[in-house]
Ligand binder design. Structure first.
Ligand code: ADP
Ligand code: MG
Length: 470
């Protein structure tokens, strides 16, 4: 994974190119340095040969062989490498041969063996590497070979120092460049991580949020602008869909209640046959159920469009739960279920909508009663803990399977459709409950054991300044 991150890949590529480039440059400059040093040496040797040629041109007619040798000996002590020097004639006879070369028996080519351009070679004299330059010169019609030389250790030392510098500096350079490269690419890509994090947090519930647009004028700015435009279009469509649902539910309210009241009125007439009475009662019941469904749809659709209609104020959460318990107890009684309520003796101050909080508690109680066997007990308890108010509703009913637990808050989701519908449910209760909890910055979770009951637990932050007291 880490090797697939763009910044790592960029750095690796950059590094590979740098290593190749610097490697080629180092090797190239080492050879260039070597060539230029040899060039300088050969140039110097050339000068010395010219000096010898000049000397011989001027002196050879007037001096004897012995005198020439003496002059050469005197001449050779001057200057660096001057003692590496020998001259022979066409027959290979020595005009002069310095001591180190004589001891070493360094070979020489006769003038006829040498070409016009002469010869440069590296030999070893007394275990020291030496550079030799041999030239054919002509003095007064007679050809000679002049061979001069200079020791190389100093030259090799310079070359050695140069490669040491390269070997030390190139790795340091590569290290610095790779750290720098990584840093630069991390910096350049940081906005991408920000865009990713924001994009991850955006869902259908907060489609109005937008990515922060970096003011960089680059591709990332364009990317965020494009994504924002896409979000705007999506949010617009979702808004229209929610608005449609809200309008449709709103329009359905009046005719449904008209159906219900008409049926109720008809039921009050005298002389109805038993069959008609039964049918009218069914109409009343179905109209009631449909009207509750439409109310729920309207509530959720309004929540989606952002006009949640909540009126939040500082209230005692226990009061709304008490009201819900009273309301639910009436339903519970018909099935001989007892609802047990325990609240703390101090108020639980929350900043919330009393009616929504009552509805939340009622949804949980309604489910607890619906999915519990007759004559069982539903326990409702409220406590304050670390600046959180906690409401828990526990039943000993049919429970919820592990794989179903993640779906219970989905709209229209019911574990057992036929059963839930028979009990008057459409699967919207817990979606509404979740929305109410979310809009109170709370959390809702459940623990359940299939067959032995369910506990829903809601946490809502308490109003901190008063530490839970009103
Ligand atoms: N206390 C509970 N015990 C068992 N099942 C539950 C409980 N509460 C909710 N459920 C399951 O979650 C589903 C969704 O609940 P809800 O959204 O209130 O819809 P409804 O009650 O209208 O069916 C229910 O149909 C039921 O299967
Ligand atoms: Mg329900």
């Amino acid at each position: 994974m880490i090797f697939r991150a763009i910044r790592v890949r960029l750095t690796v590529w950059y590094l590979a190119i740098l290593v190749l480039g610097l490697g080629a440059l180092s090797i190239g400059s080492w050879f260039a340095m070597r060539a230029s040093l040899f060039h300088a040496i050969d140039h110097e040797l050339e000068d010395r040969i010219k000096g010898v040629e000049k000397f011989m041109n001027e002196q050879i007619a007037s001096l004897t062989l012995v005198e020439i040798r003496d002059e050469f000996r005197e001449h050779s002590v001057l200057g660096p490498g001057g003692d590496l020097f020998q001259v022979c004639n066409r027959r290979g006879e020595w005009l002069y041969r310095s001591l180190p070369l004589e001891n070493n028996r360094t070979p020489i080519r006769t003038p006829d063996q040498l070409g016009e351009s002469g010869l440069e070679e590296n030999l070893t004299v007394q275990k020291t590497p030496v550079r030799f330059s041999s030239r054919r010169i002509v003095v007064r019609g007679e050809p000679y070979t002049v061979q001069v030389a200079t020791p190389l250790p100093e030259f090799y030392g310079a070359l050695q120092r140069f490669s040491t510098i390269l070997l030390l500096s190139v790795p340091v350079l590569i290290l610095v460049a790779s750290v720098g490269g990584y840093w630069i690419s991390t910096r350049a890509l940081r906005p991408v991580e920000e865009i990713r994090a924001t994009a991850e947090s955006i869902s259908i519930r907060n489609l109005s949020e937008r990515l922060t647009v970096p003011d960089s004028g680059d591709e990332l700015q364009r990317l965020s602008e494009t994504l924002n435009a896409m979000l705007a279009r999506l949010s617009d469509s979702v808004q229209r869909m929610s608005q449609f649902t809200a309008d449709a539910s709103h329009e359905l309210r009046a005719p449904i209640s008209l159906i219900r009241t008409t049926a109720e009125l008809a039921l009050q007439r005298s002389g109805l046959s038993a069959e008609l009475t039964r049918d009218l009662k069914q109409v009343v019941a179905e109209a009631g159920r449909t009207s509750r469904l439409v109310e729920s749809l309207l509530l959720l659709a309004r929540a989606d469009t952002g006009e949640d209609g909540l009126h939040k104020e500082l209230t005692d959460w226990s009061l709304s739960v008490q009201e819900a318990v009273e309301q639910a107890s009436r339903v519970a009684k018909t099935r001989n279920i007892t609802v047990h309520l325990s609240t703390p003796d101090h108020p639980l101050a929350v900043f919330g909508d009393l009616e929504a909080l009552r509805r939340l508690a009622f949804i949980l109680l309604d489910n607890a009663i619906k999915y519990s066997p007759e004559s069982s007990v539903v326990r409702v308890s409220m406590i304050a803990e670390r600046n959180q108010g906690i409401l828990s509703v526990a039943d000993s009913g049919i429970g919820i399977n592990a794989e179903d637990r993640e779906h219970v808050f989905d709209r229209f989701w019911r574990a057992d459709k036929a059963r839930s519908r028979g009990l008057g449910g459409a699967g919207l209760g817990l979606s509404i409950a979740k929305w109410i909890v979310d809009s109170h910055q709370g959390t809702i979770r459940l623990t359940s054991e299939a067959g032995s009951g369910t506990t829903f637990e809601v946490q809502i932050p308490l109003h901190v300044r008063s530490k839970g007291a009103l």
